[in-house]
Design a protein around this ligand. Structure first.
Ligand SMILES: Cc1cc2nc3c(=O)[nH]c(=O)nc-3n(C[C@H](O)[C@H](O)[C@H](O)COP(=O)(O)OP(=O)(O)OC[C@H]3O[C@@H](n4cnc5c(N)ncnc54)[C@H](O)[C@@H]3O)c2cc1C
Length: 244
């Protein structure tokens, strides 16, 4: 997308805020100068205090394509500098400074001639860029097979519940680490290597793999994937920082 060469600071206006989970909000930001973005890209959001102090953090873009609407989902990190402001104090009608679109490596484009299967593995808020890829895939009539493995603490912490449930082109598998939903036969717990092996594309079909989430989650999953025979070059990772 030509957008890549157009990255710069933009002024957006928040048009809609809604609670995504108890601790996360979905922000719709209208950015008149936005050049569009590939699925998986992110922005830097810059906040400026009345005394001129500035803080900048990265947020993945849940939306994609040639649109001037940028959708973000921000999870509050208690005690953090930027996320508590975005989740509690930002209001509809406020201006928001965003820089982007950023990220050439962690993107998937429908125009890619490579039709290898695509495996998405998300931990917590790491679902945001992978949801963007899966949504873009859903809009395509004929493209690569997609699977999404999404690890969240409880069903109350899952982002994009309705959209994921409605996906017909993407095989979606959600696992819970702290509390299983009623009726689930899987006891709560972190993803194991055996489970990854059973619920993802095998190395023999050489899937392109995107892994995103807290740094320890990404490192553990990437290590398991390599142990399962996937070539490191096939595995793309994005680390959100912090602990899992
Ligand atoms: C490319 C990229 C995309 C991202 N996309 C998203 C997104 O779509 N949604 C989203 O909610 N966040 C996303 N993040 C994380 C985001 O940039 C911030 O790190 C997060 O919002 C915390 O910022 P803060 O200013 O509130 O906390 P800070 O003041 O930066 O951090 C306070 C403390 O929390 C720790 N910490 C930092 N980040 C995390 C974390 N993610 N989890 C746990 N502990 C952490 C720090 O190590 C520090 O000790 C993304 C990060 C990157 C690099």
């Amino acid at each position: 997308m030509s957008a890549k060469s157009q990255r710069r600071w933009h002024i957006g206006r928040v048009t809609n805020i809604r609670q995504e989970t108890d601790t996360a909000v979905r922000l719709k930001v209208e950015v008149p100068t936005w050049p569009g973005n590939d699925p998986g890209a992110h922005v830097d959001v810059r906040l400026t205090a009345p005394d001129g102090y500035q803080a900048t953090r990265s947020y993945s873009i849940a939306s994609s394509g040639d649109t001037t609407q940028v959708v973000l989902v921000v999870e509050e990190l208690p005690g953090g500098e930027v996320s508590p402001f975005l989740t509690h104090h930002l209001a509809e009608g406020d201006e928001l400074e965003v820089h982007g679109p950023l990220g050439r490596y962690f993107v998937w484009t429908a125009s890619d001639p490579d039709r290898s299967p695509v495996q998405l593995i998300a931990g917590g808020s790491g679902i945001v860029p992978l949801f963007s890829m899966a949504s873009a895939r859903e809009r395509e009539a004929d493209h690569a097979d997609f699977r999404l493995l999404y690890s969240v603490r409880t069903s109350r912490d899952a982002f994009f519940c309705e959209e994921l449930a409605a996906m017909s082109q993407t095989n979606v598998n959600i696992v819970h680490t702290r509390e299983s939903p009623s009726g689930s036969t899987r006891p709560p717990g972190r993803l194991t290597r055996d489970e990854i092996n059973r619920s993802t594309f095998p190395a023999s079909v050489r899937p392109r793999i995107y892994v995103c989430g807290p740094t320890p989650f990404v490192e553990t999953i990437a290590q398991s994937l390599v142990q399962l025979g996937h070539e490191p070059v096939q595995i793309r990772t994005e680390r959100f920082g912090g602990t899992s």
